[in-house]
Design a protein around this ligand. Structure first.
Ligand SMILES: [Zn+2]
Ligand SMILES: [Zn+2]
Length: 251
């Protein structure tokens, strides 16, 4: 990391405190250091989907994908601390500096970048209009640039669904996104190796719903890349997200 600068009024993008920032980054030294360490923090992970494995138990995420719709998943961070703050800043404030901080580690987490297309998880037209940007697409553009893979909008989201973060059961999450996605008109998925891109994977219901559409449209393989993996359902309830993170919605 470079030296410190202390511009007047500069706020750390993660902790929001007015501190000296690391040169060239919108982060204070403490948060910048935590972001570097977070990429190295690895528990015992499922080799296929990178979920933290419960001791002595099979992977719950892979158990939800018996058809093998997703071949493999990649994510550099757990959904906590600085990576979580950056994911929330990107999603709810549309601050693309957060995407620029997350994308390099996402590109590094890939085993081999031999994909034909990066496909962002789409927002519904209404939500895109409300929010004005799609955080998954921001991340896909940056990763695509770093890894030399084209971004293709092969998916659309014809109907507006309730927010996944408002669904507090696995069944609710699966039902909420069932049939929510469709292949975009003219999407040429046949025989393609596709990397699906999203900001956070929680239960994986969204990713599996997207992977099903892409496979049915002829994709040869679908992998998933997210910035973070959330711990998912804890005793049948999705862990609340973003409660402590006060945000001002745009528009
Ligand atoms: Zn900070
Ligand atoms: Zn797994």
């Amino acid at each position: 990391m470079g030296g410190l600068i202390s511009p007047e009024g500069a706020l750390c993008l993660s902790c929001g405190k007015r501190r000296g920032l690391v040169s060239g980054l919108p982060l204070c030294p403490a948060c910048a250091g935590e972001l570097v360490r977070a990429e190295r923090q690895r528990g015992t992970l499922c080799p296929r989907c990178k979920s933290v494995l419960p001791p002595g138990r099979p992977c719950r995420f892979c158990g939800r994908d018996p058809e093998g719709l997703l071949r493999e998943s990649f994510a550099p961070y757990r959904y906590r601390g600085v990576p979580r703050a950056l994911a929330l800043t990107l999603k709810f404030r549309g601050d693309t500096r957060a995407a620029a901080l997350l994308a390099p580690a996402m590109a590094r987490s890939l085993k081999a970048p031999d994909y034909d297309a990066l496909v962002p998880v789409p927002l519904s037209a209404q939500r895109l209009w409300e929010r004005d940007y799609n955080q998954a697409r921001e991340l896909a553009e940056l990763v695509g640039h770093l890894a030399g893979i084209p971004v293709r909008d092969f998916l659309v989201r014809p109907k507006k669904t309730a927010r996944q973060t408002d669904q507090h059961s696995l069944r609710g999450r699966v039902q909420n996104v069932a049939g929510a996605f469709a292949a975009a008109p003219g999407a040429d998925c046949a025989g393609k190796r596709i990397l699906l891109v999203d900001d956070v994977r929680t239960t994986g219901a969204t990713a599996l719903s997207c992977a099903r559409v892409l496979r049915e449209a002829g994709a040869e393989a679908v992998d998933l890349l997210t910035a973070c993996i959330a711990p998912g359902l804890v005793r049948g309830r999705a862990r609340p997200t973003g409660k402590r993170f006060r945000i001002g919605k745009k528009g």
